[in-house]
Design a protein around this ligand. Structure first.
Ligand SMILES: [Fe+2]
Length: 933
């Protein structure tokens, strides 16, 4: 039954242009006397006031335009269940309202196809035509000051208003009463059957300005999950400063992200739940018993936590998670469609699932070494003929650098680009000076240490591993650097440097040598170097050690650059072994564990404990983009059992286990800060008179020189940001979200290290600045410096082999093996290198991993909307961006300076890995905000 009520409104006291004198209501059953206060014009039929001061006029005015006031019932705002049943009785009740237009931008990410945003034809089109595509609710920032209760929200359906190649626009119109106050959030329900990617919401019509909210988020269909999505405005608040009307929403949004109350079980694609789990999904014991792998994240094998996927356990091992199905990441952690289409997820996936197996089938003998050096060069010139590939059209688009086709013959060719290092100097791989230069300016510049103690000695148990004394003796060192300086003086003057993998690798030597289905070997190893008067390093010795085992005693030998042919060839081979170890530690420890794996708990904790409106969440958010997804892909295809890492790196199936040992022994949060890392390695000491308060042990140390400028710029920016939001130290201790965040990182995300005494406290703004600067440095500068040179340096196998497959010819040689070596040493070298299969697989992967996506976000480039809204923060960010621009010029200047021999010289590629911005592709420069590949 429909009744019509009249209202009396003085047109002169309303600002609303669309006010109509009559409203049509349904099911009215009573008219209450009107309250005397102005604006309290309407009462709901159930006798409750319709939003008090805030909601009155909106109740009926918006109803006229399908805007319905909703009594907020906690997080699950109720559907419009009641109707307006009262009317205004005198002029005094009239209120001023503002027409507010909400324009919602839904992204069409590729090709302008509606289907690409997940809208399905049929039902969803009808939903759009009916104008009921998205249900929006405006939430007042403050509660009703009289009642202390949340004001009613104002609800409206949005209708589709336009579509172009890039996006679809939806529009909703609201009439917002003046006393509604500031908008604090918008609740959104997606009425379609498929999810939508919501890019932006603009609220136009307010006198001061347009309010913009930037969700950049997938909004699930209400049919998948009835929970409405909450999007806060861009203003940031500490928990204690949360506007009264948003407190509940703040809590409930976090509870939803933690998955509170959600039953155990596999997470669904549209879920947004962040939770922790151990690395128990790398093995596949149900497929083959030998594919079982230990759980990482235990006392024996400590590891950072990863995102919980909820997949069932395996049948064979109740501690392992089954590898069935895809790997869940919370919905907004997934790659954008642009990144997916052009790069990475699909590229890496296609590489792993189509190209790599195809390389495998194209090679009859998978252990086959390169027959001669020129056959390595052929990979860049002629390429590898590939069997027919399914969907090769797509593959060619996804891997344009790698896959070329010969149109006439329908054959595919996997042809590699010439890596930068080879392009510059074909002989760089064999040069001793280049071996050393790369420890300061190459792909792995964070392993070198100053020698602090002499003699070199192992800390391992001599009963198990043999005598701990190094074969690199004082006499040997003095023989090599003889006449220049006595060793004591060299130590005092910090002229000896080392990369020492002895103790981390030695316990794995015998295990690795026992691996049956893979040709590989291992040694404990160290490289000792001497700083020349030119500021460059020269190698002194490489030591290779085999522990006792299998009835044989310990074997060790120090190899030095030699002037006799046999010695010179053994030196070359020792370098190959050392480089294989360095490549492994680079990939497994400095790259994977220290950046990718260690960052994942920060992301999980930030989403679980810091509200989306928390300023620290907003500061960190750009630095977490895509990391969980790339880590999931790594678990799926790179670091899994029998995956590319296991099958191509010296430690074989122990590779990832080894990364756990390194994490357990070496990783400390406080030493991940660049200055502390340099000090720990003896590469710098504190000095107030030096730039950034650090005196470097090697002046021309490009990674440290450029890195410290970047570190300092990040630190200044973080300092400005933190001191703005935390002007008083007690605000840090009283911020319960922040405290829970840090506690969770320490005790859950890095649970195996929870009792370590070195975790920084979080009591003062200074503590927070250090913690945040460290996290941001790891995700930006550290990661970029070890990631984006992978193909440039590793794309030529002799320069950075991932594996050394045969032992040194001088280790327990037989007459036959020694003669073979003497007869054709090049063959020995080629047999030590990765096989043709391993090389081409690794080169393909390194090529993809060195690539910048077209949608890459570089540090200091794009200002977050929430930074922009706060003038102080905006100014601080602009200064930050300016410093990074300067850094670019400084790096160019340094690379042009011939005095800096570690980054400028004949055949030397410039050191550009910490140059902030890059074009897309494999460029060997560019520091993205986050670890996205
Ligand atoms: Fe990476």
């Amino acid at each position: 039954m429909t009744k019509t009520y009249s209202i009396l409104l003085d047109p002169f006291i309303t600002k609303t242009k669309m006010l109509k004198p009559q409203l049509h209501h349904h099911h009215s059953n009573s008219i209450q006397p009107l309250p005397t206060r102005q604006h309290n014009a309407l009462l709901a039929g159930d006798g409750n006031t319709c939003g008090g001061d805030s909601g009155s006029a909106a109740c009926f005015l918006s109803l006229n335009k399908l805007s319905l006031p909703i009594k907020r019932n906690g997080f699950h705002a109720a559907r419009p269940s009641r109707q307006i049943k009262a009317i205004a009785a005198d002029k005094s009740i009239a209120t001023t309202t503002t027409n507010v237009k909400a324009i919602i931008t839904v992204q069409i990410t590729m090709g302008g196809l509606i289907s690409s945003i997940g809208l399905t034809k049929g039902l969803d089109d009808i939903t759009d035509l009916l104008g009921k595509s998205l249900l929006l609710e405006l939430v007042a920032a403050e509660v009703d000051h009289r009642t202390g209760l949340a004001k009613d929200t104002i609800q409206h359906y949005a209708h589709r208003s336009g579509i172009d190649l890039k996006d679809v626009k939806y529009v909703a119109e609201f009439e917002v009463p003046e006393d509604f106050g500031q908008i604090g959030a918008i609740l959104i329900e997606n009425e379609h059957h498929k999810e939508m990617y919501l890019e932006k919401i603009e609220l136009e019509g307010f006198s001061n300005d347009t309010i913009t909210i930037n969700p950049n988020s997938w909004v699930h269909s209400k049919f998948d999950n009835p929970e409405k999505r909450i999007f806060f405005t861009n203003k940031s608040y500490l928990p204690s400063q949360t506007p009264s009307g948003l407190k509940d929403l703040r809590e409930k949004d976090l509870a939803s992200l933690r998955g509170d109350g959600v039953p155990e079980g596999p997470r669904k694609k549209h879920d947004r739940i962040y939770d922790y789990d151990v690395y128990n999904d790398l093995g596949d014991p149900d497929r083959k018993p030998e594919l079982a792998r230990p759980v990482l994240g235990t006392k024996e094998f400590p590891y950072p936590r990863r995102c919980k996927t909820g997949r069932p356990r395996t049948k064979s091992d109740p501690l392992s998670e089954s590898r069935s199905g895809g790997i869940y990441v919370p919905r907004d952690e997934a790659f954008s469609e642009l990144k997916n289409m052009t790069f990475s997820a699909r590229t890496l996936y296609s590489l792993m699932h189509a190209v790599i197996p195809s390389i495998q089938t194209s090679m009859i003998d998978q252990e086959l070494p390169f027959p001669h050096f020129t056959s390595i060069d052929c990979l860049y010139r002629d390429g590898l003929h590939m069997p027919q590939l399914e969907s090769k059209g797509f593959l060619r688009t996804a891997l344009p650098r790698l896959l070329k086709s010969i149109e006439d013959t329908q054959h595919n060719i996997l042809r590699f680009e010439t890596p930068a290092i080879l392009h510059k100097d074909k002989f760089s791989w064999i040069k001793d000076e280049e071996l050393c230069r790369q420890t300061l300016a190459g792909l792995h510049p964070c392993a070198i240490q100053a020698v602090k103690e002499w003699p070199l000695k192992s800390q391992l148990d001599p009963d198990v591993y043999g005598p701990p004394e190094s074969a690199i003796t004082k006499e040997l060192v003095e023989e090599v650097i003889g006449g220049i300086i006595p060793i004591e003086e060299a130590l005092k003057q910090k002229k000896l440097f080392i990369i020492d993998y002895h103790d981390i690798l030695l316990p794995y030597v015998n295990k690795v040598r026992e691996i049956k289905d893979m040709r590989t070997t291992l040694y404990g190893s160290r490289l000792l170097m001497f700083l020349t008067p030119y500021g460059t390093l020269r190698p002194v010795a490489i030591e290779l050690v085999r522990p006792p085992g299998d009835g044989k005693p310990q074997w060790k030998q120090a190899f030095t650059p030699r002037w006799d042919s046999t010695g010179a060839w053994l030196w070359k081979l020792a370098k190959v072994h050392f480089l294989a170890h360095d490549t492994g530690i680079h990939q497994l420890v400095s790259h994977w564990v220290r950046t990718h794996a260690c960052t994942e708990p920060y992301i999980i904790a930030s989403n679980r404990q810091l509200s989306a409106m928390h300023p620290i969440y907003r500061l960190l958010h750009p630095h977490f983009r895509y990391t969980m997804e790339i880590n999931a892909l790594a678990r799926e295809s790179l670091i899994n059992c029998a995956g590319i890492i296991e099958s191509s790196f010296s430690p074989g199936k122990y590779s990832i286990e080894l990364s756990s040992v390194a994490y357990g022994q070496l990783w400390r949060f406080d030493k991940e800060a660049l200055p502390e890392d340099l000090i720990r390695r003896g590469m710098a000491e504190e000095d107030p008179n030096s730039p950034y308060g650090l005196k470097l042990a090697i002046k021309d140390y490009p990674y440290a020189n450029d890195g410290l400028i970047l570190w300092d710029a990040i630190k200044t920016w973080v300092t400005d940001y933190v001191t703005h939001y935390y002007p008083e130290p007690n605000l840090i201790t009283s911020d319960h979200e922040l405290q829970s965040w840090w506690t969770e990182i320490r005790t859950v995300g890095h649970a195996d290290k929870k009792d370590e005494p070195w975790w920084p406290n979080l009591q003062t703004p200074q503590d927070l600045i250090k913690i945040l600067t460290t996290i941001i440095w790891v995700t930006s500068g550290h990661h970029a410096s070890v990631n984006f040179g992978q193909y440039d340096y590793g794309g030529y196998v002799p320069g950075r082999p991932t594996i050394a497959r045969v032992k040194m010819p001088c280790e327990d040689p037989t007459d036959e093996t020694w003669e073979r070596f003497k007869h054709k040493p090049e063959k020995e070298l080629l047999a030590t290198f990765p096989s043709q299969l391993q090389a081409s697989q690794i080169m393909s992967v390194l090529d993809v991993l060195s690539n910048h996506s077209p949608d890459e976000e570089y540090i200091g480039e794009k200002m977050e909307p929430s930074f922009e809204e706060n003038l102080k923060i905006k100014a601080a960010y602009e200064i930050f961006a300016g410093k990074l621009k300067e850094l670019e010029g400084i790096i160019d200047g340094r690379n042009a300076d011939e005095r800096l021999r570690n980054r400028n010289g004949v055949g030397i590629p410039p050191y550009q890995l910490l140059k902030p911005v890059s074009k897309p592709g494999v460029t060997g420069m560019g520091v993205p905000n986050s670890i996205s590949i």
